[in-house]
Design a protein around this ligand. Structure first.
Ligand code: PRP
Length: 215
């Protein structure tokens, strides 16, 4: 099959990240009308004319689809890229979805962090938490994996602190918690499959250049 006849497939993280990505792609002439229907439960969409395919997956699965080549390109948060640690190329910071990965907790937990106490850390991101406490801070901690509403951890006595995403800070404020340490800034990134980056280098380079021109 001639390369120009092959679909270039995008895996997008369902939700706001996917919507913002589609708005961005629209600005460079890559449209997908049927994906705009908010009530649709469809997961895969095609632009026949431009030979693009888009599918929506759970955020943490985006790097998996890209590593195995089920998608050539993925758009996902840098938190997910760090946590999943897949063999993909990160080619571009898309500049949106900006937030921070932080250690958060009640004010009184500051002491525990300062004195390198053996503490409990709840997180949806156990790998990021482990990397930060073990390799950066050289502090031995007990990491407890949760799947969401992580702020509950310190409130109900499951953990001393949490490692979580902070965007506006309102979830923390409304639950009497605060940022204790900042781990790193986060934003949406474009990732590419390691074979696609060679086989489809022209189309991918063109896409990156067009996006860079409007960002
Ligand atoms: C994320 C994150 C925080 C919150 C931060 O949760 O885990 O709880 O958003 O945003 P804020 O600083 O603007 O309040 P999400 O809404 O994705 O749900 P989850 O708790 O199920 O992960």
């Amino acid at each position: 099959m001639d390369s120009k006849d092959r679909y270039l497939t995008f895996a997008l993280a369902k939700g706001r990240l996917a919507r913002t990505t589609l708005e961005l792609l629209e600005k460079i002439g890559i449209t997908c009308e049927e994906m705009k229907d908010k009530d649709s439960r469809k997961l895969i969409f095609v632009n026949e004319e431009l030979k693009f395919k888009f599918f929506l997956s759970k955020g943490p699965d985006v790097p998996t689809y890209v590593e195995y080549g089920a998608a050539d390109i993925g758009v996902v948060g840098s938190d997910t890229i760090m946590e999943e640690n897949r063999r993909v190329y990160e080619v571009m910071d898309l500049g949106f979805g900006k937030c921070r990965m932080c250690v958060c907790g009640p004010q009184k937990a500051r002491e525990l962090l300062m004195h390198h106490e053996m503490i409990r850390v709840a997180s949806k991101y156990p790998n990021i938490a482990k990397e930060y406490f073990y390799n950066k801070k050289h502090q031995t901690v007990d990491i407890i994996k949760l799947n969401g509403s992580v702020e509950l951890g310190p409130i109900v006595g499951l953990s001393d602190v949490i490692v979580d995403i902070v965007e506006t800070g309102s979830t923390l404020r409304e639950n009497g918690l605060e940022v204790l340490e900042e781990i790193c800034p986060l934003s949406a990134r474009m990732i590419v499959n390691r074979v696609s980056i060679q086989m489809e280098s022209e189309r991918i380079k063109k896409l990156i250049n067009e996006l860079k021109a409007i960002l």
